[in-house]
Design a binder for this molecule. Structure first.
Ligand SMILES: NC(=O)c1ccc[n+]([C@@H]2O[C@H](COP(=O)([O-])OP(=O)(O)OC[C@H]3O[C@@H](n4cnc5c(N)ncnc54)[C@H](O)[C@@H]3O)[C@@H](O)[C@H]2O)c1
Ligand SMILES: [Zn+2]
Ligand SMILES: [Zn+2]
Length: 379
């Protein structure tokens, strides 16, 4: 099969590798029809994780089941399925509680497994023609009859739509709330979209990229252009100086100042400043336990200088982490099926798998107009 292989920092190649196969009786084999590139792939692509050369990328996967293991009962050959990026076993203590992003079985010795992901187990990614799906009865979301027609919407159920929604859950967004979202990448746009779906009264999205801010505005959010460094002032001006009720961090440890220099504590401290006293902060942007490639010493050890005093004084709360995709994907699928959500609005490019290297390069550069790339093996 053809697959997108990580060769080293900022270097990927599409090449022939051995076919994915059924390895356990509980697996299914999926022929991938759509697989996305994610901001999470970029941390690995840039060589800022321990992702090993030779690994296959891809954790946002959708396709058709072509073979089932002997112990699979629910999933059938021919089912159109979308897989959460997290792999859960379905029966461990965390999976039982719906915390499938922290499965204790799928990645022994750690908590949380995923396809094609640094530190998340041995599972190959789905930016390929075929994908092995473990614990398939648990992990596959079988899509409605309009699966092919709305494929570009349903594929967002693999990660960014549930992840954006998760940010709003972690922050505690409720009807009528004002919300500030840092990052107008795909995840930030989905957090804004989810806030709007939940009935937020005012949603502000901060970034420096005009093309991405335009998308935020298109869905009904207020774009906050921080390219002159005035983002915090703008948010405070829009919230009577008090700050928003809720805030979402959708950038992560590689966040930058308006001059595009990495300042790893910037978004977290901006949230403390721009969320009101007693407000909630949800952090889905990735922070990692160590970052040997970082410029400053604290960041190399996975630490940031955090405004603990202000945070405590304001009585805010923070919740963090990987999205438990399975906790939301079925509900959000119903919104798509009913025509009440169309997350495909943020797709900028639909490309054959063979063009992955070009796609990574441009998406990584946040080149104007490259918001979200979906790759189509067989296109
Ligand atoms: N928790 C999860 O389950 C989960 C799932 C998917 C992605 N993620 C993470 O979410 C983050 C965003 O993903 P994405 O696909 O949207 O990535 P992305 O890199 O395309 O988007 C990030 C955006 O943040 C902007 N940004 C940078 N510094 C900023 C700052 N100081 N203030 C405001 N905006 C700033 C960038 O300009 C960019 O548009 C990444 O860290 C990714 O790894 C987490
Ligand atoms: Zn992703
Ligand atoms: Zn589990």
């Amino acid at each position: 099969m053809k697959a997108v292989i990580y060769k080293g920092p900022r270097d990927v190649e599409v090449k022939e590798v051995p076919d994915a196969t059924i390895e356990k009786a509980t697996d299914v084999l999926v022929k991938i029809t759509t697989t996305n590139i994610c901001g999470s792939d970029l941390h690995m692509y840039e060589g800022r994780t321990n992702f090993e050369p030779g690994n296959i990328f891809g954790h946002e996967n959708l396709g058709v089941v072509i073979e089932i293991g002997s112990a699979v009962e629910r999933i059938k050959v021919g089912d159109h399925v979308c897989m959460p990026f997290n792999i859960g076993c379905g029966f461990c203590e965390n999976c039982e509680r719906g915390l499938t992003g922290y499965c204790l079985i799928a990645n022994p010795g750690s908590a949380g497994a995923a396809y094609g992901f640094a530190g998340m187990g041995p599972y190959k990614g789905g930016q390929a023609e075929l994908l092995r799906v473990p614990y398939a009865d648990f992990n596959c979301l079988v899509l409605p009859p309009d699966a092919e027609e709305k494929e570009n919407d349903y594929v967002m159920l693999s990660d960014i739509f549930p992840t954006g929604y998760h940010a709003t859950e972690l922050a505690g967004v409720q009807v009528g709330d004002s919300v500030v979202v840092y990052g107008a990448g795909p995840v930030g746009l989905m957090a804004a979209y989810s806030s709007i779906i939940k009935g937020a009264s005012k949603v502000m999205v901060v970034d420096i990229h005009k093309d991405r801010l335009d998308l935020a505005e298109k869905i009904g959010a207020i774009p906050i252009d921080d390219s002159d460094g005035s983002g915090i002032e703008q948010v405070l001006a829009l919230t009577d100086g008090m700050g928003a009720d809720r805030g979402c961090e959708c950038v992560g440890y590689q966040c930058c100042d308006h001059k595009r220099h990495e300042v790893p504590n910037l978004t977290m401290n901006s949230l403390v400043q721009t969320v009101r006293a007693t407000g909630g902060i949800g952090v889905v942007g990735v922070f990692i336990p160590e970052d040997p490639g970082a410029a400053d010493k604290l960041a190399r050890e996975g630490k940031i200088a955090f405004d603990m005093g202000q945070f405590w004084f304001k009585g805010q709360h923070i919740a963090t982490g990987q999205a438990n995709v399975k906790a939301y994907n079925r509900k959000l699928c119903k919104l798509i099926a009913a025509g009440k959500a169309t997350p495909s609005f943020l797709i900028s490019h639909e490309l054959p798998l063979e063009e992955a290297a070009k796609a990574y390069k441009n998406f990584d550069a946040r080149k104007d107009g490259w918001t979200k790339v979906v790759l189509k093996p067989g296109m």
